[in-house]
Design a protein around this ligand. Structure first.
Ligand code: RAM
Length: 332
């Protein structure tokens, strides 16, 4: 009887020990970006580190290819699968091309989400959009209208300088921009959409090409932090300040100097630190089994409300200009 009791005590002690080891186990999250070396993603990494510090049991593996290709991301994701991470949160260079490798990750029990730039539904559990896509598109066009008017004209030609042609987020925003242009801005004519692949030098060359091909161009809309920066530089180098304004989505830290030089009047962005934080929290909570099919908590950013396709939006973008850009330049 006594021995039996002792065994029971020993078993429960063992169970307790095992449970506490499991509870203390670190959740390893692979945060996959479009490419390393992009300021926007580095800011998101800061947010991911903040989430890790807050929870205490998260290890963030910040990784991505050196250029913005799907092939590079497939290699990166393969390496994360080999490392047996618990979750992968990816901003995709190509929403379809990543599906097979992400399905492999899923079959190994890895929780997969996309954030920023989505993967097709079958490749992930959920997708976190930074904001409402319709709102981002409409905002970019409104900023372009302001940019054209800043040249002194009431109407004119505008062009889009995007990231890669397969980039899910930019492609959705371009569609939204086209809808807004058609519905509300008969004064603006979209003459071209070109792709700088989120590479500084290619984006710069494409911006110069636009100015050469369209001598009446009044605004370049770059819905990418890499593109907007390169285009501002190109407008300044081509001595087109005042004749063409650059706008779109960018980081105050990278653009404050260009607002001072007047190649940019205004631009928009959501908080990229919050985005990296939220994506990390979502991945963590999925691993922990927190949340439901329609809502998953994301720490200090509240709760992600998922629609029928598993999409959620974080928060609204914010507009920056000479009045506030320097104030935010130290943050992101
Ligand atoms: C670049 C990337 C990213 C996008 C931002 C606005 O950093 O293309 O995916 O969200 O721009």
């Amino acid at each position: 009887m006594f021995t039996k009791f002792k065994t029971l005590v020993a078993i429960s002690a063992l169970t307790l020990a095992v449970t506490s080891v499991q509870a203390a186990e670190t959740v390893r999250i692979g945060l996959v970006v479009k490419a390393l070396g992009i300021g926007f993603f580095e800011a998101a990494h800061e947010g991911a580190k903040e989430a890790a510090a807050e929870m205490g049991d998260i290890e963030v593996i910040y990784t991505g290819p050196t250029t913005t290709t799907a092939e590079g991301q497939i290699e990166t994701i393969n390496a994360l699968i080999a490392q047996k991470v618990d979750a992968i949160a990816v901003s995709a260079n190509d929403g379809d091309a990543l599906v097979p490798i992400l399905k492999k990750a899923k079959s190994r029990g890895i929780k997969v989400i996309s954030w920023d730039s989505g993967v097709a539904d079958e490749g992930r559990i959920l997708h976190l959009n930074p904001s409402s896509n319709a709102l981002i598109g409409a905002m970019c066009v409104q900023l372009a209208d302001d940019a054209v008017k800043a040249t002194g004209a009431q109407s004119g030609e505008v062009a889009i300088l995007s990231a890669t042609p397969t980039s899910t987020n930019q492609n959705i925003w371009i569609e939204e921009m086209k809808k807004t242009l058609k519905a509300k801005y008969p004064n603006l004519t979209l003459v071209a959409t070109v792709y700088g692949d989120d590479l500084s030098d290619k984006s710069y060359r494409e911006a110069v090409g636009l100015m050469k091909s369209y001598p009446n161009l009044k605004a370049i809309i770059a819905p990418t932090t890499v593109g907007i920066l390169a285009a501002a530089q190109a407008v300044e180098d081509q001595k087109m300040v005042g004749k063409i304004f650059v706008t779109g989505l960018g980081l105050p830290s990278e653009l404050a100097g260009h607002v001072d030089l007047n190649s940019i009047k205004s631009f928009a962005i959501w908080n990229p630190i919050d985005l990296g934080y939220s994506a990390t929290m979502l991945a963590y909570n999925l691993v922990k089994g927190n949340g439901s099919a329609t809502s998953v908590p994301m720490g200090r950013m509240g709760t992600a409300q998922l629609d029928a396709t598993g999409n959620a939006a974080m928060s609204d973008p914010f507009i920056y200009d000479a009045s506030n850009v320097h104030q935010f330049a130290d943050i992101f």
